[in-house]
Design a protein around this ligand. Structure first.
Ligand SMILES: *Cc1c(COP(=O)(O)O)cnc(C)c1O
Length: 516
């Protein structure tokens, strides 16, 4: 048996494409959130691997019978959870070709095209984002871009670069003095990166944000935190600012934060994992104003840029900071091109040695659609999010929780609706108190808990319906429901249907309340 039998490749390849197309045609009919119980699969599959070959058809059938029920359908048009993971035909083709070539482009010589295409595509995309020229290879002043797997890696790699640069100046023995800054809205990736990078757990500053400033990190709060640290003879090192936070898509003021950081020699990384792609639209580019003061910028093309998993785009102003920290030079990788310093060896820009030919995916996406269409795809999602937002606003039982900038709508059953007992019931306050089991006057904390409980139950029943999938965020003690538009197959009808599902579930949840 030949594991790379080309006739079988052809036969199975066409069958596989057909089965994926079938999946996409039917995906809207599956419960979006998988309804299986933990451990379901072990009961269905044999306890050990087969000794003898099994036909492709049998395996495909098991996929249908056993795997698909345990899939949460991220590509469903009714998927509105977390952030999207938007795929496309072009992304798929690029991924397929990358796997087809099967090259491992860790250094230039191991596949020159892989390295060179990556540097070209990162310049193309950097230009589309109007990144300062210092972040591009073409200007030849030390900046450039790299494709990593995830934002977690981007933050870890840049944090390590910032750490080492600082320690190089002040001495390695000062590691325990280095301080890392973020806000209470910064992704947990920063905490993990700080931990791995050996930053003392007490040296991660989580600066509080407020609803009244839409959960953006205030430059004044940053400066106060830094000044306190400096007074205590600690050393400010790294700030992670976010454009499009995970809970509510809040936007930190990049320019003013960079201005503060500059006074203390802090490396600023701008994490735009979700919203970054939208910055190719001129109407959103202002969110990046001042990014020339940052040291690095990243976004996930696999989130909301039609590039199949996994593709995190990272640009740095001084690539030597990354390579000083991350390069290795073992004998078995030595070659003339690398020794000449004329080439990029991307192994020195990342954690792992091995890397896929990921730039093919981005190259196919950028060429197959063109920037104008990509902008239109994104604007279309934003329009659909606006539609959803307007539907929320028209129902007085609900509130839009924070201003919407991109394609994420954060909403909840309004505390006012609950305070007025409308439309829950027409009884007295005592009845309301009784129903919610507090058995007395509702004090503020209880009120908050009650509002959260109602919204949590609502989200559970929305997702239990199987018709849509949304997730939640917890901000300033408030449980908010997130509707993130951005799955490639989503159309306006799906968004309208999603709102109907929310209303239906709210109707029945609230009628239970009024009967009690
Ligand atoms: C999704 C997300 C991340 C984490 O991304 P990974 O690629 O999974 O590591 C980090 N930051 C923000 C703002 C995100 O939305």
């Amino acid at each position: 048996m030949n594991p790379l039998d080309l006739d079988e490749f052809k036969r199975q390849g066409y069958m596989m494409i057909d089965s994926i197309i079938d999946y996409y045609r039917n995906v809207a009919n599956f419960p979006v959130l998988s309804q299986v119980q933990p451990g379901y699969l072990r009961k269905m599959l044999p306890s050990s691997a087969p000794s003898n070959p099994e036909p492709f058809e049998t395996i495909l059938k098991d996929v249908k019978d056993h795997i698909v029920p345990g899939i949460t359908h991220w590509q469903s048009p009714n998927y509105f959870a977390y952030f999207p993971s938007s795929s496309s035909v072009a992304g798929f083709m690029g991924e397929m070709l990358s796997t087809g070539f099967g090259v491992v482009g860790f250094n230039w010589i191991s596949s020159p095209a892989a390295t060179e295409l990556e540097s070209i595509v990162m310049d193309w995309l950097g230009q589309a984002l109007k990144l300062p020229e210092r972040f591009l290879f073409s200007t030849n002043v030390g900046g450039g871009g790299v494709l990593l797997g995830t934002t977690c890696e981007a933050i870890l790699c840049t944090l390590v670069a910032a750490r080492d640069e600082k320690l190089c100046r002040i001495g390695k023995e000062n590691l325990k003095k280095l301080i890392v800054y973020g806000s209470d809205q910064t992704h947990s990736a920063l905490q993990k990166a700080a931990h791995i990078a050996g930053i003392h757990p007490e040296n991660l500053r989580v600066i509080k944000t407020k609803k009244s400033s839409s959960f953006a990190l205030s430059p004044d709060s940053l400066r106060s935190a830094i000044m306190k640290d400096v007074e205590n003879a600690l050393v400010p090192c790294f700030l992670c600012a976010t454009v499009g936070t995970t809970a509510t898509a809040a936007v930190d003021p990049v320019g003013p934060l960079c201005d503060v950081a500059k006074d203390y020699g802090i490396w600023v990384h701008v994490d735009a994992a979700y919203a970054g792609g939208a910055l190719i639209c001129p109407e959103f580019r202002h969110f990046l104003d001042g990014v020339e003061g940052a040291s690095s910028f990243s976004f996930n093309a696999h989130k909301w840029f039609f590039t199949n998993l996994t593709t995190c785009c990272l640009w740095v102003k001084e690539s030597s900071c990354l390579t000083n920290s991350l390069s290795t030079n073992p004998q078995f990788l030595r070659n003339k091109a690398s020794d000449s310093n004329q080439v990029i060896d991307y192994k020195d820009w990342q954690i792992a040695l091995s890397r896929k030919f990921h730039s093919l995916k981005l190259w196919f996406v950028l060429r197959s659609y063109g920037l104008d269409n990509l902008r239109n795809f994104l604007r279309n999602h934003i329009e659909m999010a606006k539609t959803f937002e307007n539907l929320v606003k028209q129902d007085k039982r609900f509130e839009v929780f924070v201003p919407r900038y991109f394609s994420l709508v954060c909403f909840r059953v309004s505390p006012l609706a609950i305070a007025n007992k409308k439309p829950f019931c027409n009884g007295t306050n005592e009845e309301e108190d009784h129903y919610y089991g507090f058995g007395g006057k509702i004090i503020n904390d209880d009120k908050e808990r009650l509002v959260n409980e109602v919204n949590r139950k609502l989200l559970d029943s929305i997702n239990g319906s199987g018709k849509v999938f949304m997730t939640h965020g917890m901000v300033e003690g408030a449980f908010v429901i997130r509707c993130a538009v951005g799955a490639t197959l989503t159309e306006e009808q799906h968004v309208i249907m999603a709102w109907k599902v929310v209303q239906e579930q709210a109707n029945s949840l609230l009628s239970v309340v009024s009967k009690a």
